[in-house]
Each structure stands twice: as structure tokens, then as C-alpha cells.
Write a protein that binds this ligand. Structure first.
Ligand code: SF4
Length: 365
């Protein structure tokens, strides 16, 4: 088994990232084969259970209320709507449903209770349930765990240094604190980031150092390629080169040997050959469905055709960890604490975010 290290330095990771490609692929594929079945890929379906109207200023996100994009906001979906979509996802080969809500942080109350019911419902369909709901307190993470949540997603997005160039409404430490709160429960951690936001290779290495230093390392790490959406501050960023994606996936595999590495946003811009190289380099999870929250994604039938072509099989649910038990709401001993935690609001300004906000304001009048 490859050694899991928590003391990678940025220099070491950068050296791996910049290796001759064939050496990098060989090293990553060797580790991948020791730790995982190279012909098995997890298929997850991402559902946007509450879209748009978010108070945050993430520079890549069309769901931020302050930018003018063509994303239409929706209220929280009902439990029945979510159940119907989860069943469809299961029929088409997904073993995991990830529910995303455009919130800064979870607030105790009716809406969170509804999300807990969604978690119970999907867990009872024998699918892995993941949520990405923004920042959570320890008590909220425990309540999600009790409902049967399998994973919580909270991305670090980039290096700590570059994070400040993309988001000004919360700090890196807030992200780490939420991950820490999730870690205090038996819910697994899903955390990764985005490339193509204008960051340097050093920033990519910095993000992998931050992820690898977490102990335990995340069970799942999505690697997204920015989908530049008109109206967002990052609308003019150029599409990510496939070679950057392959290098990033391979480096992630080496630094996080046991983690499921997920090809996430940006797959529509990748050829089958490009995706095949990513699978060879250690990616073993994808998001399925024609939309990833609000950005386009390959059709699930296309993915299944690609799996057939490459001889890949979808991973069965609960292959890596046993299915959590669901405690019904009426039997719960955990109370909502109604906490009002002080997540930070750093006071720095990001010029391009401000410019996009002003443009958004003018267009909304
Ligand atoms: S990424 Fe999440 S927190 Fe940031 S603006 Fe979008 S929905 Fe809000």
C-alpha cells in the first residue's frame, strides 16, 4: 500500500505536477492500481435542491445573487421531488446523490428539517447521500449524520493565498472549520477545488498540500475545471487545457492515494480520450446528469457509452464504508440549538468581483 503522507510541501507537490507527463502518469497509475480497482468508477448525481439567490461572492459562481447571470432561482425542492430524481438517478447507474443548496451556511429551522428528511429518504433507497449546504456547525453535522448522511462536500476551492482573489465574503479558515465539524461525526468528507480561475501551478500545489494535511485526508476530492459563466467575475477566463486537468488529477492521486478523485465540472469540454487519460491517471468518480447544479454536463447515456467503450463499471454503493443508519425525526435525541455562529466576513475587496457586482446592479435596474 502507498504511504499516506500528511507532510507534503508545496515544492514537492509542484515537482510532481511538473514531471515529464509519461513519468507522472506511470507513477499515478501505479499508485491508483495498488489502492483502487482501476476499472471501477463511482457515478454520482448532483441535484440542485435550492438554486440561486446566494449571499456570497464566489467569483466562479452564477448562483451568487450579486452577479447578473441567466440562472433562475428556485425555492427548496420538496422531499417527493428529490425522491423522484434520486430514483431516476439510481435507475441510470448512480450510487450517490449529492444535494446542493445555494446557502452561505445552514440555518436551523424548517428548511434544514426538510433537508434532513431528504437525507433519510435517499438513504432508505440504499444510495449514498452527500450534501453541500455551505458552512455547518458541529451540531448540524451531527444531525445530518443521524439522518443517514454518507458524505458532506465543502471545497477548499484553491490555495489559501489564491482563495482571497476569488471570494471575499468568508475566509479559508471557515472552510477548514466546517470540515473539522464534519470530521467529528461519522460522515465522510468530500473536499476539492477548481482549476482555471487564473491561479498558478503553485496555487494548485498549495491546495493539494492543504487537502493532504487534513488528517484523515478527505475520502473524496472533486477536481473541477472552471466553466466560465457570463456575468460572473471569472467570465473571461480561458477554458482549462486537458493537459492541466490530467496533471492535476495525477498529482491528486499521488498525494491523496486512498481518496476517490472525482472529475467534476468541465467534463463537457473534455474529449473521451482526455477523460480516459484522467481515469488512467487516477480519477475514479464522475458526476452524472445533464446539469451540475447550473452548468452543463454530459448526458448520462453518453457516459454509459463511454464506460462500455473503456470497459469501466459503475461502483456499487457502500463499497468503501458501510451504510449509515437512519434515525427517524421522532426518535432523534439531538435538538436544533438555533446557534448563530460567527463565520468570518473578511474585509478585503476583490476588484473583479466588485466590477461584476456593479454590472449586475446596473442590469437588474
Ligand atoms: S459557490 Fe456556493 S456559497 Fe459560493 S456563491 Fe455559489 S452557491 Fe453561494
Amino acid at each position: 500500500m502507498s504511504e499516506v503522507r500528511h507532510n507534503w510541501t508545496k515544492e514537492e507537490v509542484l515537482e510532481i505536477y511538473n514531471k515529464p507527463l509519461m513519468d507522472l502518469l506511470y507513477e499515478a497509475a501505479t499508485i491508483h492500481r495498488k489502492q483502487h480497482d482501476p476499472n471501477v468508477v463511482q457515478v454520482s448525481t448532483l441535484l440542485s435542491i435550492k438554486t440561486g439567490g446566494c449571499s456570497e461572492d464566489c467569483g466562479y459562481c452564477p448562483q451568487a445573487a450579486r452577479y447578473h447571470t441567466n440562472v433562475e432561482g428556485n425555492d427548496l425542492m420538496t422531499v417527493n421531488q428529490v425522491k423522484a430524481q434520486a430514483l431516476r438517478a439510481k435507475e441510470s447507474g448512480s450510487s450517490r446523490v449529492c444535494m446542493g443548496a445555494a446557502w452561505r451556511n445552514v440555518k436551523d429551522g424548517e428548511e434544514f428539517d426538510q433537508v434532513l428528511e431528504m437525507v433519510r429518504t435517499i438513504n432508505k433507497l440504499d444510495m449514498e447521500v452527500c450534501c453541500t449546504l455551505g458552512m455547518v456547525t458541529e451540531n448540524q453535522a451531527q444531525r445530518l449524520a443521524e439522518a443517514g448522511l454518507y458524505a458532506y462536500n465543502h471545497n477548499l476551492d484553491s490555495s489559501e493565498e489564491y482563495y482571497k482573489e476569488v471570494i471575499s465574503t468568508r475566509g479559508y479558515q471557515d472552510r477548514l472549520d466546517t470540515i473539522d465539524n464534519v470530521r467529528k461525526t461519522n460522515v465522510t468528507v468530500c473536499s476539492g477545488g477548481i482549476i482555471g480561475m487564473g491561479e498558478s501551478a503553485e496555487d494548485r500545489a498549495g491546495m493539494l498540500v492543504a487537502l493532504s494535511t487534513l488528517n484523515p485526508q478527505p475520502e473524496s476530492t472533486p477536481i473541477n475545471a472552471l466553466v466560465a459563466v457570463e456575468g460572473t467575475p471569472l467570465e473571461d477566463e480561458k477554458p482549462v487545457e486537458i493537459w492541466d486537468m490530467i496533471r492535476m488529477v495525477a498529482t491528486t492521486r499521488i498525494v491523496l492515494p486512498e481518496t476517490q478523485v472525482r472529475l467534476s465540472a468541465g467534463r463537457t469540454q473534455m474529449s473521451r480520450e482526455g477523460q480516459a487519460m484522467c481515469f488512467f491517471a487516477g480519477a475514479n468518480s464522475i458526476f452524472a446528469g445533464d446539469k451540475l447544479l447550473t452548468t452543463p454536463n454530459p448526458d448520462v447515456n453518453e457516459d454509459m457509452k463511454m464506460f462500455k467503450l473503456l470497459g469501466l463499471n459503475p461502483q456499487k454503493p457502500f463499497t468503501k464504508k458501510v451504510q449509515p443508519q437512519t434515525v427517524e425525526a421522532k426518535d432523534s435525541k439531538l435538538e436544533a440549538l438555533g446557534e448563530k455562529p460567527k463565520w468570518t466576513r473578511p474585509d478585503h475587496k476583490i476588484e473583479r468581483n466588485e466590477a461584476a457586482k456593479q454590472k449586475g446592479k446596473a442590469l437588474k435596474v
